[in-house]
Ligand binder design. Structure first.
Ligand code: SAJ
Length: 431
């Protein structure tokens, strides 16, 4: 097999379609392993940055891109022409939800249509985009088989392998995070295993592409439902006059059978809010209602409004209405240590407070500007004045590097949705 031979002798060329937070680190890893990599990035601006040796993905340093581009190990293209020289092609494009909550596979379809006319006999195509079970077989396969009347598993090979990138996580890397692979047939699985074996220490083979698709959705639905559980527990504790952080901390001392998750003002990022809904959509098409997963989406989705109700309650206690009150939000990124504010619950909190007539500002050293609620917001410097001016300072994402003791000392009132002020004195209410 051409791919296996070239993988063995190190002359294999790998095409990676989509150089985002999944595709770019993958391209760098394959190039570092000595393979020739062709990265196809639809955004001309991003492609230009990469060609200039610049990275736009936090976990990939400029130097890594610059060295690989300079050595010719990483070639950046904006269309699929260069893919025909590759023995393997990996598709890592986004799979957002439409407003209707149906999956938007337009990027996957576009990538497949770019690959299909250039498909070569024996090539391996792998989809990494997180998607509903059945996508590889029902959507990708027909597009790839159509131009030549070829069959996947015979004329070319096709597999699914979920990405397990955790942005900002330096402990778990591409190399040491086990990689699940599932092909449309045994040969496709075998080839996918050989390909990823060049850069990943442990490959986990499952029985099909559909199984691999569902593994990913279980992983992220697991997170979503457990986060929803503690978010509901936060409201239970509020009703009982208990501190949810104390309760979870204590439960987490159980050395078996428990895994801590932490409540917050909602969930953000490009995975956890979306992935369970990919599964829900598919299962409803098959006349099955995954009520538990759906309920988690509802509970998590209700947290921004709950956080705003708590802020309103704090103001009301002092005879103040939300309307006209000044609220400074601390941390709008979707999680600590990242600059990505996509889908961040902080945006919902901003929107809801602005809708109620509050004067909203934010401070986030990782997010200098944010486009939200129809305007561009600028991060306000965390000066003493900024803290004293606010009627409420609301901590929504607990980045490291913020002096929370100073926040508690200077702010009139603090609403802490992330337990960033644990053990600190001040007029603080916690979620
Ligand atoms: N969150 C909570 N409470 C928690 C954990 C998370 O409120 O106990 C919130 C976070 O603040 C964030 C959202 O949920 O807004 C998602 O957090 P996350 O830690 O799951 O971060 P992601 O989406 O960047 O990465 C996740 C991966 N995270 C971990 O495994 C720790 C993993 O689930 C996937 O590999 C990745 O999404 C993906 O790309 O699918």
């Amino acid at each position: 097999m051409e791919l296996e031979k070239r993988l063995r002798d190190g002359t294999a060329r790998v095409g990676i379609v989509g150089l985002g937070y999944v595709g770019l680190p993958l391209a760098v890893e394959f190039a570092r392993a000595g393979l020739r990599v062709v990265g196809v990035e639809a955004s001309p601006a991003r492609a230009a940055l990469l060609r200039r040796g610049r990275s736009y993905v936090g976990d990939v340093p400029d130097a890594a891109v610059a060295g690989l581009v300079r050595s010719g190990r990483l070639e950046v293209a904006v269309d699929g022409r260069a893919l025909e020289d590759c023995e393997a092609i990996i598709i890592c494009v986004q799979t957002p939800l439409r407003k209707s909550k149906a999956p938007d596979l337009s990027a996957v379809v576009a990538a497949c249509k770019a690959v299909a006319p250039r498909l070569k006999r024996g090539q391996l195509v792998v989809l990494e985009s997180t998607t509903y079970p059945g996508t590889t077989d029902e959507v990708v396969r027909p597009i790839l088989e159509k131009p030549n009347g070829w069959r996947a598993g015979r004329d070319f090979f096709l597999a699914f392998s979920p990405e397990r990138v955790d942005p900002g996580n330096s402990r778990w890397t591409i190399a040491n995070t086990p990689k699940v692979v599932g092909g449309v047939d045994a040969e496709s699985t075998r080839l996918a295993r050989a390909l990823y074996g060049k850069i990943v220490e442990k490959i986990v083979v499952v029985s099909s592409a559909k199984a691999a698709e569902l593994v990913k959705l279980l992983e992220n639905s697991f997170r979503a439902v457990n986060i929803a559980l503690v978010n509901e527990m936060a409201q239970v504790c509020r009703t009982l006059g208990l501190d949810v952080w104390e309760i979870v901390d204590a439960a987490a001392t159980k050395p078996f059978g428990f895994m801590p998750f932490w409540p917050g003002p909602g969930i953000g990022g490009h995975c956890i809010p979306k992935d369970p809904q990919l599964l829900t959509w598919k299962m409803k098409k098959l006349h099955f209602e995954p009520r538990f997963i759906e309920l988690a989406t509802v509970v998590n989705g209700g947290m921004p409004a709950y956080a705003v109700s708590r802020i309103a309650g704090m103001l009301k206690k002092e005879g103040r209405a939300v309307k006209g009150s000044r609220v400074l939000l601390l941390g709008v990124a979707y999680k600590p240590g990242v600059s990505d504010y996509r889908e961040s619950p902080a945006l919902d909190v901003m929107h809801l407070l602005a809708e109620k007539g509050a004067k909203v500002e934010y401070h986030d050293a990782f997010v200098p500007t944010a486009a939200a609620a129809g305007r561009t917001w600028r991060s306000r410097a965390l000066t003493d004045k900024a803290l004293k001016d606010a009627d409420v300072v609301a901590i929504l994402t607990a980045h490291k590097g913020v002096d929370y003791a100073r926040v508690c000392r200077l702010a009139r009132r603090v609403f802490d949705a992330r337990n960033a002020t644990a053990g600190l004195a001040g007029r603080v209410e916690r979620l």
